[in-house]
Ligand binder design. Structure first.
Ligand code: CO
Length: 276
C-alpha cells in the first residue's frame, strides 16, 4: 500500500460564468488549467440572489461530461432534446454531452442560499461523439453513512466505505465523494493507485496526508492507494475526486473540448449550423 501525499495546493479564484453567476474557479484557471481527466471545477455558494439569479442561459457542450452536485438551493435544467430536470439540494446530474447538447441551468429561487459544484470530466477520443446521456440522481439515491466515528460520506460515484455510488458507466471510472469530518475525526480513503486524485476543501481546515488545507483550496495528490483525511482543527467538509487519466491531447475552446484544433473548428461549424 502506498499512501498519497499532497503535490501542491491551488487556491480557488473568483470568476464569473453563464450570464454573470459569481463563483470560485478551482480547476480551469491559469494556476491549474486542467488535471487530466478533469477540465474544470467551479464552486458556487451565495445567499445573495444577485450572485446567481442570471443563471446559465442556453449554451452548448461537446466532447466531455458536466457534473452538477447541489448542496443547497434549486435549479431547473432544460436542453435541446426537450428534456427538463430539477437540480435540488443533495442531487447530482451527470451529463455526458458527447457529440453535442444545448442546455440551460436557471435558478428556481429568488432568494436564499444556492451552493454546489460543477465538475467537467473529459471523454476519451473514442467517446467524444457518442450520443448525449444523462444520469439525474435524486438526493435519496445517493448513499450516505457514517463510515467511521465522526466521518459521514455521501458517495456520488465509485465505491467507498462499503457504499457504491449511483452514477454508472463513466469512461474514467470516477470516484466522487462528499466527506464531512467532525472535529478530531480521521479517515483513510482508498483510491485506485494510478488514478488522478484531488481533494477540494470547502468548510474548515483539513489535514490531508499531513498537509494543512484551508477552505476553498484544492489539494492535488501524488499516486497511491490511500489518502489520510483528518479534521484536527474543527469540522471539515471536502470533496474527494479521482478518475483515470486519459493521456490524450486536449484542444479546448469554451464549451467544446476535443483532441485537435480541426475538431474544434468542426464543432463550431456544427453548432452554428444548428447540428447540436
Ligand atoms: Co452547461
Amino acid at each position: 500500500m502506498t499512501e498519497r501525499s499532497v503535490v501542491r495546493l491551488v487556491a480557488a479564484v473568483a470568476a464569473s460564468d453563464g450570464a454573470g453567476v459569481r463563483l470560485k474557479r478551482v480547476i480551469g484557471s491559469p494556476a491549474m488549467p486542467h488535471c487530466d481527466p478533469f477540465l474544470l471545477l467551479d464552486s458556487f455558494r451565495s445567499d445573495r440572489a444577485d450572485d446567481y439569479i442570471a443563471g446559465f442561459p442556453p449554451h452548448p457542450h461537446r466532447g466531455f461530461e458536466t457534473v452538477t452536485y447541489m448542496l443547497a438551493g434549486a435549479m431547473r435544467h432544460q436542453d435541446s432534446t426537450g428534456r427538463t430536470g430539477h437540480l435540488r439540494a443533495g442531487s447530482v446530474q451527470w451529463m455526458t454531452a458527447g457529440r453535442g447538447i444545448i442546455h440551460s441551468e436557471m435558478p428556481e429561487q429568488t432568494d436564499g442560499l444556492m451552493a454546489g459544484f460543477q465538475l467537467w470530466v473529459n471523454l476519451p477520443a473514442a467517446d467524444k461523439m457518442q450520443e448525449p446521456r444523462y444520469q439525474d440522481i435524486p438526493p435519496e439515491a445517493i448513499p450516505e453513512a457514517e463510515v467511521a466515528p465522526g466521518v459521514r460520506l455521501r458517495v456520488v460515484a465509485g465505491e467507498a466505505g462499503g457504499l457504491t455510488g449511483p452514477v454508472s458507466g463513466i469512461a474514467v471510472a470516477p470516484l466522487y465523494l462528499d466527506v464531512a469530518l467532525a472535529a478530531g475525526a480521521r479517515w483513510q480513503a482508498a483510491v485506485r493507485a494510478t488514478h488522478t486524485a484531488l481533494s477540494y476543501v470547502f468548510e474548515g481546515t483539513a489535514d490531508i496526508a499531513g498537509t494543512a488545507v484551508p477552505a476553498e483550496t484544492l489539494a492535488e495528490l501524488t499516486a497511491g492507494d490511500t489518502v489520510m483525511l483528518a479534521a484536527p482543527a474543527g469540522a471539515v467538509r471536502l470533496l474527494l475526486i479521482a478518475g483515470r487519466p486519459l493521456g490524450e491531447p486536449i484542444a479546448r475552446y469554451g464549451p467544446f473540448v476535443m483532441n485537435t484544433q480541426d475538431e474544434i473548428l468542426d464543432s463550431i461549424r456544427d453548432y452554428q449550423a444548428g447540428r447540436f
